[in-house]
Structures are given as C-alpha cells and as structure tokens.
Design a protein around this ligand. Structure first.
Ligand code: GLY
Length: 384
C-alpha cells in the first residue's frame, strides 16, 4: 500500500514470529479483527530455534517464577497442537520424546546432579542415569560417558512447522498480514493510537501488541520508560541431515567440559544442533568459531554427527530481558501491550502467551499466570 491511512483493526500486532501470531490467532478466535505487521514473518528466532519444550532442562538457578510459567505452557501444548492442526490441516511436529542430558566427565556429572537436586526442590524430577542406562536410552551415544539425567517430560515441536501453521491459522481466520517495517509507534496524549510503517502508511488500531522479539526496544515513538527492556542475545543453530536410523530417539543435551550443546532429532532425518549464546549486539552474521564448537561438542556426544550432511547454519537474536523472563502485559502507555523478552523459551511459551494476551485484550484483566511477568517488575535500564 502506498502512503496513506489504512483501516483500523481492533488489534494490531507488531511482529509475526510465533509469539505475535499466536496472539493474533487467539484474538481472532475471540471475535476481534486483527492485523499483523512484519516485513519478514518468521525469519528471526522463530526460524532459528530448535523447538525444544524444555521447562526442566532449561531450568536455571534463580528462575523459579519462570519455571511455573514454562510448566503451565508445556501443559497446554497437546491441546494447542491439536487445535492448530484441526484449524489448518498442518502437523506441527509436536513429539513427546523426552530429553536425556549427558555428562562428558565427572565434573559435568556433578554439575548435573546439583541441577537435579535443585529441580527436586521445585518438585521437578530428573532421573539420574548411569553410563549403561545412558547407552540404553541412546544407543548411538559416545562410549565411556559417565552418566546423565532423564527429563522425561521435556519434549519438542518443529518450530518452523509451528510458525507455518500459525501463519495459515491467522490468514484462515481472517487476519491481515502487512509486510511492512514499523517505523514508529504513534502516541497521542499518552495513548498508543497506531503505527506508521516505513512506506509512510498510518495504521490506527484499538490496541497495539508489541511482539517484535529482540527488536522490540528499538521501535521509535515510545517514551523511554515504556520501551521494553530487551536486548539481543545471538544464537546459532545448525541443521544436519543423517540416516534416520542413526538419529537419537530423543533429545540429547550435554555439557562437554562445561560447554552446553543440544541435539534435537526430527522425524525424517534432520538433526538440529544448538546453540551458541553470544552478546554481540544486533549482529547476525554466522561465526565460524561457534559452528566449530557446536559440531565439536555434538560429535563428541554423538559420533555419527561426523557422517551427517551439514545443511544449514542459522543465526538469530533471542530477546533477552533483565531477569531472563518475558515481559507480558500493559506497557505503561495506554493502548500498548507488551509480549516480548521470551529469551530462551519463546517456542515453549507460545501457547500461554497467545492465550494470556488475548484474554487481557478481551477481559481487560491480566490473567493470574501472567501477573508475575508485568513489564515494569524490574527497574528501567538502558536498552543495549
Ligand atoms: N532454548 C534454547 C536456546 O535458547 O538455545
């Protein structure tokens, strides 16, 4: 569309990754008209992610409130996947494979046992595995590893299929996709009234939802205090193709001399290996050292990796937040809701974010599950 003024939907979502699309889909399901603005839907973290649904194996010390949200979203996945498939006829690759965490040496094993003890204090069980049990669960694993843990309920979805299905669901339900860059959010008398896109079009809306991942803090127009405190954390993943018989039957995570790596097998022979964690600003170039380290560590856990075809190196920016938990709810500017900062858990948190933000828009109340993640729970800081 050329410069001008477009019709105003009830809800305008900024960002067509899995988070923005799940919100759009759920709002459409509640009878709202919706437009989603994104110049390249699903080209960011939704594309690069590995699709692990890992509330337990992504558990970090000090992140107990996040665990509750992650568990609640994981519990929604079976019905969310079924509903999405029913709406679109598309499978999203939700597989209940469980996750094995393998230690490389005694020090890694001790760290894993500490993690299991911490998880137990939060009523999360991770079953200790001996070396023999590890090989029983993952026959292709490197010999001689000292043991590990089983997180039986940490599963996976194919994030790319998930994104494609959400896009189809939004379009199928009458949502409008606007392939434009958001130049600024328009705030008039303290209320967000709409946006201007890079082509100069002004789009008004009843309510705006900012779900632009790592870029959420960079959009012009908001007062500093309302700008989401997200920063980019680069992650690189690799996609390999191998003999399906050589794929591990479940997700394999490992700590190799303290260096974390994960291997996510997909039906059909794809193996996703991830991921680097790099603070490099908004730079998205692939870095050879990170690729090397991922392949080295993955191959030391699963020797068959060295025979696999390397298909793709993918890089994206996780939306980091000050406490690694998402920013969900009113922004402090009337008419603008935040749904960003999902950091390492965007794919996992897609169902609960979609439901919760749509409920907020419909009912005008922050749902209890989202309340601990109010955007202003941490003191404002400079956006990096
Ligand atoms: N959730 C895995 C990652 O962010 O690398």
């Amino acid at each position: 569309m050329s410069a001008g003024r477009a019709a105003a939907p009830d809800v305008l979502v900024l960002g067509a990754g899995v988070i923005g699309l799940s919100i759009a889909w759920r709002c459409l399901g509640r009878g709202r008209s919706v437009a989603v603005v994104d110049p390249a839907p699903g080209s960011g973290a939704s594309w690069t992610a590995a699709g692990m649904l890992a509330p337990v194996t992504e558990l970090h010390y000090g992140e107990q409130p996040l665990l509750a949200l992650n568990l609640a979203s994981a519990a929604r996945y079976p019905s969310f996947a079924a509903e999405l498939t029913a709406a679109t006829g598309r499978d999203i690759g939700y597989r209940r494979t469980g996750t094995v965490v393998a230690a490389w040496d005694g020090a890694d094993l001790a760290a894993l046992r500490d993690l299991a003890a911490f998880a137990a204090t939060l009523d999360q069980s991770m079953q200790p595995l001996t070396s023999r049990e590890l090989r029983g669960l993952l026959p292709g694993i490197a010999p001689g590893l000292p043991g590990g843990l089983l997180a039986a309920d940490d599963h996976q979805v194919d994030n790319r299929l998930l994104h494609a299905a959400l896009l189809a669901a939004v379009v199928g339900a009458g949502g409008e996709l606007v392939a434009e860059t958001v130049a600024r959010i328009e705030v008039v008398d303290g209320r967000a009234t709409g946006i201007t896109t890079a082509d100069g079009t002004v789009r008004s809306a009843g309510v705006l939802v900012l779900a632009a991942g790592a870029h959420s803090g960079r959009i012009a127009g908001l007062p500093a205090a309302a700008r989401p405190r997200v920063h980019p954390v680069k992650g690189q993943t690799l996609r390999l193709r191998m003999d399906p018989d050589a794929l591990p039957p479940r997700i394999l995570r490992g700590s190799v001399k303290g260096s974390p790596v994960y291997l996510v097998p997909r039906a059909g022979g794809e193996l996703v290996i991830g991921a680097s964690t790099e603070e490099a600003g908004f730079d998205c170039t692939a870095r050879a050292g990170a690729v090397y380290e991922l392949l080295r560590d993955a191959q030391s856990l699963l020797p068959a990796v060295s025979e696999a075809e390397l298909v793709e190196v993918s890089t994206a920016l996780r939306p980091g937040s000050p406490d690694n938990a998402p920013l969900l709810g009113p922004s402090g500017v009337d008419g603008l809701i935040l749904a960003t900062g999902h950091y390492r858990n965007g794919i996992l948190l897609t169902p609960i974010t979609g439901d919760g933000i749509a409920d907020l828009i419909t009912d005008g109340r922050v749902p209890a599950a989202l309340a601990p993640f109010a955007p202003h729970r941490t003191a404002p800081q400079e956006v990096r």
